[in-house]
Design a protein around this ligand. Structure first.
Ligand SMILES: [Zn+2]
Ligand SMILES: [Zn+2]
Length: 444
């Protein structure tokens, strides 16, 4: 490995030639350290055009260098990496931490292009795109081996005698299978994303689905700092447990705003990560995190949305949210029990759902369960969802917070029952009903 240093004003270019592996990483690290520590230097550009191999030892040196650069307020940029190297960076996610640009010229420019290759941002038109990252209630519930095998066996039987000798034919066949055989609702707990403009990311709840949501958001941001707006329905474990694994929270420069109506909002997040429950305390997370108290009933303008929260019946209270933008409306209403005798609560709920294009609704149980053994457990049913949306003249209803004890077939049955109920009780416009699954994306 050869190293060559060139100084250009406040910028220092360190060109590396050869391999950075376990044998040479130490020398590379020392040179990088010296470059960053050079008096008067504001930017260090690593010219990697001549690097044909790196090992994890190099990545470690880069991480140490990045830490040192941040302390000294020196910008660190990697330029002109070979495609294979860039792939290693992407695989190891280093590209989300250090700016990587295509050419030395780009690196020399005062404002550095964002790391990686940014994906085309989705055009922000009138539509709101909604992505479900976690749709399971109360506790994450991964598919069991037996459940997976049952799906495979059912699919094989359904495909017996058919010509499925290419992946394409097999895929087409799987897509036509009933969802409980060809798919799964998934096991992650509550987290839903609403599209937002620029570098804003809007998330509803921080259940275990937030882990993937955070990673995807960073991929989309491609090195730019993001503004994360997180709206909390309430503070039960299944709605906050994803935050310690929410990668953006660990990255300096990322800004995280956590909104909620509970007085204990901040305390619940801090307690979750306090000793002995988690190794990293919330105060040690490197992003900027702020907690914002919202008043139910009041309208706020956040990340391009008009947002209003409403109190819901649940142990320790929960809050539903109504998001409006460009004449479109999405309601997020999870962990709520709707008892017919609670007329004020029903009224408040219908008002929240009024004319919504989409209502995301806690349909954990069947109506029978919700009024018998599971009465006062703080959740609702498929039947109640249809009824409330019909009253409010909402257009679409998506079930979430699926009961962990329900397998895919049981959730699909609850959906079919709701579809039939909607059909026979329809009064005017049709209400579209779906059962959301982890990974579902819909345009509103
Ligand atoms: Zn819950
Ligand atoms: Zn709850």
């Amino acid at each position: 490995m050869k190293l060559q240093e060139t100084k250009n004003g406040a910028t220092l270019v360190l060109a590396v030639l050869g391999r950075i592996d376990s044998e040479t990483a130490e020398a590379f690290g020392t040179a990088l350290h010296a470059s960053i520590a050079t008096p008067g230097i504001e930017k260090v550009v690593l010219d990697f055009s001549g690097v044909d191999f790196i090992s994890s030892a190099c990545l470690r040196m880069l991480m140490l260098g990045l830490k040192q650069a941040r302390e000294k307020k020196v910008m660190l940029v990697i330029a002109a990496m070979q495609p294979m190297l860039l792939e290693i960076f992407q695989l190891s996610r280093i590209d989300t931490l250090i700016s990587c640009v295509a050419t030395i010229e780009q690196a020399m420019k005062k404002t550095i292009a964002p790391a990686g290759t940014p994906l085309q941002a989705k055009p922000i038109g009138n539509e709101i795109s909604v992505r479900f990252w976690g749709t399971r209630g109360s506790l994450p519930a991964p598919l069991t081996l037996q459940q997976l095998r049952n799906k495979l066996s059912s699919a094989l039987v359904a495909g017996a005698g058919m010509n499925l000798d290419t992946v394409e034919r097999a895929n087409n066949f799987v897509e036509r299978l009933p969802f409980h055989i060809g798919g799964t609702f998934g096991g992650s707990s509550s987290c839903v994303q609403l599209s937002a403009s620029d570098n804003n990311v809007v998330l509803l709840d921080m259940g275990s689905g937030a882990r993937l949501a955070g990673q995807e958001a960073l991929r989309q941001l491609a090195g730019r700092p993001g503004e994360f707006h997180i709206f909390m329905s309430h503070l039960h474990w299944d709605h906050i447990m994803g935050f310690p694994f929410f990668t953006p929270a660990y990255i300096p420069g990322q800004r995280i705003h956590i909104y909620g109506c509970h007085e204990q909002l901040e305390n619940a997040f801090r307690r979750q990560q306090a000793e002995p429950s988690f190794p990293v305390e919330l105060s040690k997370m490197a992003s900027t995190i702020e907690f914002v108290h919202l008043e139910p009933g009041r309208s706020y303008n956040i990340a391009g949305y008009q947002v209003r929260a409403a109190l819901q019946q649940h142990h320790g209270d929960s809050f539903g949210y109504r998001f409006e933008r460009n004449g479109k409306c999405v309601v997020y209403s999870t962990d709520a029990e709707h008892k017919p005798e609670n007329t004020l609560g029903i009224q408040r709920c219908v008002e929240l759902f009024r004319g919504a294009d989409l209502v995301i609704f806690d349909a954990m149980y069947s109506l029978a369960e919700s009024v018998s053994v599971k009465e006062d457990w703080g959740h609702s049913s498929n039947v109640m969802g249809v009824e409330l949306c019909q009253q409010a003249k909402a257009k679409r209803l998506a079930f979430v917070h699926h009961e962990p004890a329900n397998d895919d077939a049981a959730i699909e049955r609850l959906l079919h029952d709701a579809l039939r109920l909607e059909e026979i009780t329809r009064n005017g416009e049709r209400l579209d009903v779906v059962a959301a699954y982890d990974g579902l994306e819909m345009q509103i």
